[in-house]
Design a protein around this ligand. Structure first.
Ligand code: UDP
Length: 143
């Protein structure tokens, strides 16, 4: 009998946004990531400036919701993370819940702690391509 091969670990980029830092929810968010079994590969408190916001949210910069989103994401420190684990990208998105905290399922981070479509506490990469781009942007060399 052969052992089942260990699945290759995948990395995702997570941003714990300024609303979560202000509200003292960093520990609650980290607990959910760690309790699920994801490993923290990198973590840093960062003050996002306009340039980093524009790069991170490159796909949204032309959208009507972007100016207030940029004001929000630059409004105070965030915690940037690289996490690793089996299917980490999808697992983080499931833990985060739907974008709009009012609609996100109870049991998810946004569903339990957010009442907003903008101030929704966390970001998680949405695809392997986004994860590589975002990790290269925030933590060069770790993708
Ligand atoms: N956002 C917003 N207004 C909207 C949609 C999104 O302010 O109508 C913000 C929200 O903070 C969201 C981020 O823009 O997390 C990125 O949007 P996306 O659709 O990529 O959602 P996510 O992948 O974060 O769930």
């Amino acid at each position: 009998m052969t052992d089942t091969p260990t699945p290759p670990a995948q990395r995702s980029f997570v941003l714990i946004k300024p609303d979560a830092v202000r509200r003292g929810l960093v520990g609650a968010v980290l607990s959910r990531l760690e309790n699920k079994g994801l490993s923290i590969v990198a973590m840093e408190l960062r003050q996002v400036n306009d340039e980093l916001s524009d790069q991170h949210y490159a796909e949204h910069v032309e959208k009507a919701f972007y100016p207030p989103l940029r004001t929000f994401v630059t409004s105070g420190p965030s915690v940037a993370l690289v996490v690793e684990g089996d299917e980490a990208i999808e697992v983080v998105r499931l833990l985060n819940g739907a974008t709009d905290g009012r609609k996100a399922a109870p049991g998810t981070i946004r569903g339990d702690y957010s009442l907003s479509n903008r101030e929704n506490l966390v970001h998680g990469s949405d695809s392997p391509e986004s994860a590589k781009r975002e990790i290269d942007l925030w933590f060069p060399g770790l993708a």
